[in-house]
Write a protein of this length. Sequence first.
Length: 319
Amino acid sequence: MSTATGAAASNSLSPTTSRRSSPSSRILTTPRGSLSCRLLSSSPSQSPLGPVSAMASPGAAGEAASRKKLLIFDAEKDLAASLAEHAAGLSEKFAAERSAFTVVLSGGSLIKALRKLAEPPYLEAVDWSRWHVFWADERVVPKDHADSNYKLAMDEFLSKVPVPANQVYAMNDALSVEGAADDYENCLKQLIKNGVIAVSPVTGFPKFDLMLLGMGPDGHIASLFPGHPIVNENQKLVTYVKDSPKPPPERITFTFPVINSSAHIALMVTGAGKAGAVHKALSANESSSDLLPVEMVEPQDGEMTWFTDKPAMSMLSRI
Ligand SMILES: O=C1O[C@H](COP(=O)(O)O)[C@@H](O)[C@H](O)[C@H]1O
């Protein structure tokens, strides 16, 4: 396990002001409920996606929308700043409430979007000693392999912040894919017993404080891929795939009951390559039985925020 380095955490988080222009806010209705949508544009130009069709829907839809937010950023740097602000604020909240902050990382493009957390003011202001870091999925390769989500996170983020090394929970890379999944599940169960990981009173599954997810162009979440039977796993905390359509083939992954029991889900989706899956997930008239994994992300006992950009939203006419 590598030891994180970096400045020691100190005082509480100083309030940060957002430099973004005032957003326009609407409620977007999708086949799986409503979400409040905000265009966060640093340039006053009208979104090329046209005006957001106001979907004012007080009552249940309005209440549901308050639990799900869709943020659309003009500039990647603004998305990264907002994601850092979101994570740092939740870190302060949970560190104060229960002296621990359980945060789940994904691999891929999400890690780059976290970079602002390793910079001032967060590097000094966040109490990193309270962080407990997990992975929503991991490729079954050595931890120093180029395909390792642990290596990516360590190189790009965790090596720059002082999270105690014994609070970074990497997959055991000496085991088979089956063994690694069981081992990670046992690690979670032990940390539940120790009171580090909370349990959702709604679902009975582990309730991580912040679940940081990305989404592949095919709509996969973690290593839960479209059409793969493990998307329906509803007993285990951690399962595995041996024939991932995206290399490498062997991976372990959290199951949807764990993902959906999180207190806060942040789903980071950017780029035109993801517009098709976003369209299927958020388009009001697209409702079909064969859901993409991204459509199965549904907070059962918490809140969800999409962090997106205009290319990713470009196939939605109603934004
Ligand atoms: O293979 C994976 O892909 C997803 C999405 O990655 P992205 O680079 O398209 O955002 C990632 O969230 C997951 O952790 C990873 O194993």
